[in-house]
Write a protein that binds this ligand. Structure first.
Ligand SMILES: O=C([S-])c1cc(C(=O)S)c[n+]([C@@H]2O[C@H](COP(=O)(O)O)[C@@H](O)[C@H]2O)c1
Ligand code: NI
Length: 398
């Protein structure tokens, strides 16, 4: 069983709406405020209030500025602030991935490198509070997996720093690649920060899955439209282990004319765009040319976005795609303490019995600041054994 969160964005989603919904569902405001303070100390105060939207009760989360003149900040500055804040590793990693998606989308829209994307004054503090706050709230709620239903983006036009822009606004359109969306009504129903949170945190777009419901929450948007509640809802519950078999696709292209130094960037962009894995195989292709086959494994709903990444980042004139069936192990996570911090242990299990347990390598590498990675790995393995996370032993309660 996994604690799953499903996001209902059928009336739209913004960062503050999702934050309000998670606090409404029971996330502790002090824990969320502490995470935000760790990134931007003494700059914002989160306030929550019960409000009504078209007759429905919901929690409104407000980000109150407590500084007069907050500085302009680029994505590269914000990345350093989040990295250095001492956040719990899952909170830090989710916040970094969300901001990266937002900055890359804005960069593509404006034709500038993501690192130069500028979050001006209030926008920067607002976005940091929303993104870090949502990631901290998920952690506080013990959420292990996330999915989202179709997202209503809105229609018409809105005013932004660029003047009057069409809805869905360009950054939202960029972020929506591969996601099920609808117009859903007049006005800007989904903001760039809201969409970045959904597409980064949710593993898939799906209708409400089978859950044993534990709690629900509703987060209010700023406006109150008559006849349609301006709320983002969340439902949290225990999800049964997914069926053993899953549909997957493999997208491939043979490439003989890419500067080999570019390949690592191609692979990392494919992983950031939702590939389950991406790899290269050296081949001798037609005309006896040494080349590489690029292979990308992904869920079918990620295929369109991944084909676009391949086309944009390699010189290939075409690609091929085939359908596969995956048999992923059922997974669970536990955290162990080692010198200097915590390491998550990834556990595969069947019928309540552990079949494999492995320290999450990114957590291990992050703690290997002034000692070898192998030392931290050995300590994490020993901590996992001491905690009973050993093949053949029962899966402990989470
Ligand atoms: O300021 C910029 S660059 C900006 C770009 C865009 C594009 O789609 S491009 C949109 N907006 C608007 O800013 C507000 C706030 O959005 P948050 O995600 O920070 O909540 C919203 O109305 C966007 O449409 C700004
Ligand atoms: Ni913009």
């Amino acid at each position: 069983m996994t604690r799953h969160l499903w996001i209902d964005a059928s009336a739209g989603v913004a960062g503050d709406m999702l934050l309000g919904a998670l606090i409404d569902a029971g996330a502790a405001l002090p824990a969320v405020q502490a995470a935000v303070d760790a990134v931007v100390s003494d700059s914002v105060r989160l306030e929550v209030d019960g409000v009504q939207r078209a007759g429905l009760r919901a929690t409104k989360a407000d980000v109150i500025m407590t500084v007069d003149d907050p500085p302009h900040r680029t994505w590269s500055t914000i990345r350093t602030m989040i990295t250095d804040a001492g956040l719990e590793p899952p909170v830090r990693d989710h916040a970094l991935a969300t901001f990266a998606a937002l900055a890359e989308a804005e960069g593509r829209v404006h034709g500038i490198p993501a690192d130069s994307v500028h979050f001006h004054e209030v926008g920067a503090l607002d976005s940091i509070a929303d993104v870090v706050g949502v990631c901290a709230a998920l952690h506080d709620l013990g959420v292990e997996s996330v999915s989202a239903g179709p997202v209503a983006l809105g229609s018409g036009r809105t005013r932004a720093a660029h003047g009057s822009i069409p809805v869905p606004v360009p950054a939202v359109t960029e972020l929506s690649t591969g996601w099920r969306v609808t117009a859903g009504g007049e006005g800007e129903l989904t903001t760039p920060t809201g969409m970045a949170l959904v597409v980064t945190l949710a593993e898939r777009s799906e209708d409400l899955p089978g859950l044993v419901v534990e709690r629900a929450g509703a987060g209010a948007g700023t406006k109150d439209f008559p006849g349609r509640a301006n709320v983002t809802r969340v439902i949290i519950g225990e999800r049964q282990a997914p069926a053993a078999a899953e549909d997957a696709v493999v997208i491939e292209a043979n490439v003989d004319d890419l500067d080999p130094r570019v390949w690592p960037d191609v692979i990392s962009r494919l992983l950031a765009a939702g590939a389950d894995d991406a790899w290269l195989t050296p081949v001798i292709m037609k005309k006896g040319r040494p080349a590489h086959t690029l292979s990308v494994l992904a869920r079918p709903d990620r295929a369109a976005a991944l084909r676009s990444v391949i086309t944009a980042t390699t010189p290939t004139f075409g690609l091929r795609q085939s359908g596969w069936t995956k048999f992923p192990a059922t997974r669970a996570w536990h955290t162990v303490t080692v010198t200097g911090g915590e390491v998550r242990i990834k556990i595969a299990h069947a019928d309540g019995v552990i079949t494999r347990a492995t320290p999450e390598f990114d957590d291990v590498a992050a703690l290997a600041v002034d000692r070898p990675v192998l030392d931290v790995l050995t300590e994490a393995n020993a901590a996992a054994v001491a905690a009973g996370l050993v093949p053949g032993r029962p899966l402990p309660a989470s």
